[in-house]
Design a protein around this ligand. Structure first.
Ligand SMILES: Nc1nc2c(c(=O)[nH]1)N[C@H]1C(S)=C(S)[C@@H](COP(=O)(O)O)O[C@H]1N2
Ligand SMILES: [Mo]
Length: 431
């Protein structure tokens, strides 16, 4: 984009007027003349800033909601950030309506986050001379401003990097991703709010008058322009559009999913047939031993105040069965459209062990022996919802091993994480 001397002291290219003495070599990033792009200036920075103001606010809110969706205050197994303290002040019982609530929330969070990457990078590029200002601090107020800038830039980059790594590398830091991303979000957002409050009036002025104010961002010795400012914005916007177009498809089925070239859960659906929708962890990955899931070996153990019941899969399939059309919506931002699940209502299982019309919370454990998502707690409102099932079938066929055979949980509006697969044990009541 901009022509920047490759090394300090590079002679000016032919055609460039000779430099005033003050701007000539030696040049380092600490001298304003080092930064020569004519694109830098208050207008360009302000446009990007306003886009990020809206976008990052939505990212923060959907991120907080995503944490609440786990019902972390219900049970320690749901809480991936147990030391959150007062940062959990806003938590609430996650509802079961509308049934696509988490799908929408997380689709927006991840898709928007990825789409904003070019805007974030352009914004950093546009203000990079400021990061090199010397002296580092002229006064206490200036020192505080620079520290907040460091938290802003560092926090922003950290949130985008941890988010993308988690999506792309499939829980590269199991368990630790959540606290990193959660605490990082609070630090980043605090610096972001301070920055927005301080800069907003100036940004609005910059946008309205469309002429260059005196600003440290304007290169004192600009290079020849290679594109216009509007052209640069279109370039950034085009990058965002490209990322959006190659990500958003992971929230849909069929041909649309195949457009999600950048998403690990994009592309073609796995296999064919009724169970050909995305799989998070396969049975082999979770080390589910087929000998433990056979009709003879597997028993569902249900416990409550009325005692314990053990049911084979055949016995379960003779209980009243119901259907619900519900999606799988993963924290990583991919989701399926509604699938037809068929199985036993969770509240009917509660009734079997002593809770006739007051279904309580339930703690669900999988056959899986290792892994952060082998157990989860569901709240009473989720158990009571007639669409919440212990599913035995999906789309008219037996569950496949990868989708949780012999039985798996499916709950409306909830994150994929609580839809425990290969269920072995359910404990109703005091968690
Ligand atoms: N036992 C067990 N259940 C699990 C998981 C797991 O790792 N182990 N992953 C969960 C997550 S994170 C998601 S998104 C869904 C995915 O369900 P699917 O593979 O059937 O699409 O299963 C959930 N159930
Ligand atoms: Mo997930």
């Amino acid at each position: 984009m901009a022509r920047i001397p490759s090394s300090p002291g590079t002679p000016p290219s032919p055609g460039t007027p000779p430099l005033p003495r003050a701007f000539s070599s030696p040049r380092t990033p600490f001298s304003p003349a080092f930064w020569r792009s004519p694109l830098r200036g208050p207008w360009f920075t302000s446009v990007l800033g306003v886009v990020l103001l809206g976008g990052i606010t939505v990212l923060f809110l959907t991120g907080l909601l995503s944490y609440a969706a786990y019902n972390p205050d219900l049970s320690s197994v749901n809480d991936k950030t147990p030391d959150k303290g007062i940062l959990g002040f806003y938590l609430f019982s996650w509802p079961t309506d509308p049934h696509w609530l988490y799908r929408l929330n997380q689709g927006v969070h991840v898709t928007l986050g990825i789409t904003l990457i070019p805007v974030l990078l352009a914004k950093l590029w546009s203000v990079v001379p400021k990061l090199f200002t010397l002296p580092p601090a002229r006064s206490l107020a200036h020192a505080l401003e620079r520290i907040s800038l460091l938290l802003l830039v560092g926090g922003g980059v950290f949130e985008f990097v941890t988010g993308v790594l988690n999506v792309q590398l499939d829980y590269i830091f199991p368990g630790s991703f959540y606290p990193l991303h959660f605490y990082g979000a609070w630090v980043f957002f605090a610096a972001f709010v301070a920055h927005a409050v301080l800069k907003m009036p100036m940004a609005l002025r910059n946008l309205r008058q469309l002429r260059e104010e005196k600003s440290k961002l304007v290169a004192p010795n600009p290079a020849e322009p290679t594109m216009s400012r509007r052209g640069a914005l279109w370039f950034v916007g085009g990058g965002s559009l490209l990322l959006f177009a190659t990500t958003v498809g992971q929230n849909f089925d069929g041909p649309l999913r195949r457009t999600a070239l950048l998403a690990p859960h994009g592309g073609a659906e796995p296999g064919s047939g009724p169970a050909a929708f995305q799989i998070n962890k396969t049975a082999a990955y979770a080390r589910i031993d087929p000998s433990e899931t056979s009709e003879d070996a597997w028993r569902l153990v249900v416990t409550g105040r009325g005692g314990t019941v053990r049911l084979s899969r055949t016995e379960l399939s003779r209980l009243p069965l119901y259907s619900s059309a519900l999606p799988i919506a993963c924290v990583e931002g991919w989701s399926t459209s509604d699938q037809w699940w068929r199985g036993v209502r969770l509240r009917d299982l509660a009734a079997l062990v002593g809770y006739d019309d007051d279904p309580p919370d339930v703690f669900v454990e999988s056959l899986q022996r290792r892994g952060a998502f082998r157990r989860a707690a569901l709240r009473a409102n989720q158990v009571a919802d007639p669409r919440s099932l212990l599913a035995l079938y999906v789309n008219g066929e037996d569950l496949t091993p990868d989708h949780g055979h012999p039985a798996r949980i499916i709950v409306p509006a909830a994150p994929g994480v609580v839809n425990t697969k290969w269920v072995a044990r359910m404990t109703f009541g005091d968690l």
